[in-house]
Design a protein around this ligand. Structure first.
Ligand code: 1GP
Length: 266
C-alpha cells in the first residue's frame, strides 16, 4: 500500500502520529540502524530521513538498505536538497519552502528533482508537502533562504497554511527548525489546524518533552516530528514522547481538548 494512504488511514484511527527524523550525516551507519530500531520499538509511526547539509545519495542508499533489513516502518525521505533522494526509500516528501525568499527553494529544486525522479526513481512515491518555516527556523531556514515567521505573527503563519491548503498540498509542515529552543506554540497549532481543512498538519522543531508533544498533538497537529531528542536522549524518553503524541491524538478523536490533563513530567 502507498505510504500516504497507509499513514492517513492510521491517522484516522489514532488521531495523531509520531515520525522519527534521522540525519545520516550526524551518525555512523551502526548508530543510525540502532536509532531506527529504537524508534520502531518506541512506537513511532514512520522514519523520516534527511538533513540540511552533508546528505548524499550513496550514504542514503547504504543507510536505508541497512535500516530496511531490521525495521518495518515506512522510510520517508525529507530532502534538504536534490542530493537527498534515494531509490531505496518508500516515499519522498516532495516539498516546497513556501516562505523562501529564493524561488529556487520554492520551485527550482523541485523541477530538477522531478526529472531525476521520473527518469531514475520511478518507484519512489512522491508526497507533495508545503514547508513553512517559523520561529528560529534553524538550519533548514538558513539553508533554504527562508524568512522564518515569528511565533507572535500568528495570522501570517495561518495565512501561509491557508495558502498551502488552497494550493492543494496534502501535507503542510510548520517547522521551527531542528534544535529550536522553543517549539511551535500550541496556540499557533490550534489556529493552523482550523485553517488547514482536511490536509495533514505536521509540526516539528524543538519538541523535547512528552508535555510539549502532548499539548501540540492536542492542539491539532496530525503528525509530530522529533529528531534531536532521538539523537541525544535515551530511548525511554522517545517512548514517552510517542505515547504522549498518541494520547493527545486519542483525546482529540474523543473530542476532549483540555490540555491540563497531559502526561506528568518524566
Ligand atoms: C527538524 O522538525 C524537525 O526538521 C525536528 O526538529 O530536531 O528539534 O526535533 P528537532
Amino acid at each position: 500500500m502507498a505510504v500516504f494512504e497507509l499513514l492517513t488511514g492510521k491517522l484516522l484511527e489514532m488521531g495523531a502520529l509520531h515520525f522519527s527524523l534521522l540525519d545520516p550525516d550526524k551518525v555512523t551507519l551502526e548508530k543510525f540502524v540502532e536509532l531506527a530500531k529504537g524508534a520502531e520499538k518506541a512506537g513511532s509511526d514512520a522514519i523520516m530521513i534527511g538533513g540540511s547539509y552533508g546528505v548524499n545519495e550513496n550514504t542514503l542508499d547504504d543507510y536505508i538498505e541497512a535500516v530496511k533489513r531490521e525495521v518495518k516502518l515506512p522510510i520517508i525521505l525529507f530532502p534538504g536538497s536534490v542530493a537527498g533522494l534515494s531509490r531505496k526509500a518508500d516515499a519522498v516528501l516532495f516539498l516546497s519552502v513556501l516562505n523562501s525568499t529564493d524561488p529556487y527553494y520554492i520551485i527550482g529544486a523541485q523541477v530538477q528533482a522531478a526529472v531525476l525522479i521520473a527518469k531514475r526513481y520511478r518507484n519512489l512515491e512522491t508526497i507533495p508537502m508545503a514547508y513553512i518555516i517559523v520561529g528560529e527556523g534553524g538550519a533548514a531556514g538558513f539553508a533554504s533562504y527562508a524568512k522564518p515567521i515569528p511565533y507572535h505573527m500568528e495570522d501570517v503563519i495561518v495565512a501561509y497554511v491557508l495558502a498551502a491548503h488552497y494550493l492543494g498540498f496534502p501535507l503542510i509542515y510548520i517547522e521551527a527548525g531542528s534544535g529550536a529552543r522553543e517549539p511551535v506554540p500550541p496556540s499557533v497549532v490550534a489556529k493552523a489546524k482550523r485553517a488547514v481543512g482536511n490536509r495533514v498538519l505536521i509540526v516539528g522543531g524543538g519538541i523535547r518533552s512528552p508535555e510539549a508533544a502532548y499539548s501540540i498533538a492536542l492542539a491539532g497537529a496530525d503528525v509530530i516530528v522529533t529528531g534531536t531528542v532521538i539523537e541525544e536522549s535515551p530511548a525511554v524518553v522517545l517512548k514517552d514522547i510517542v505515547d504522549a503524541v498518541h494520547k493527545g491524538g486519542r483525546r482529540r478523536l474523543n473530542g476532549m481538548t483540555n490540555t491540563s490533563s497531559g502526561p506528568k513530567a518524566s
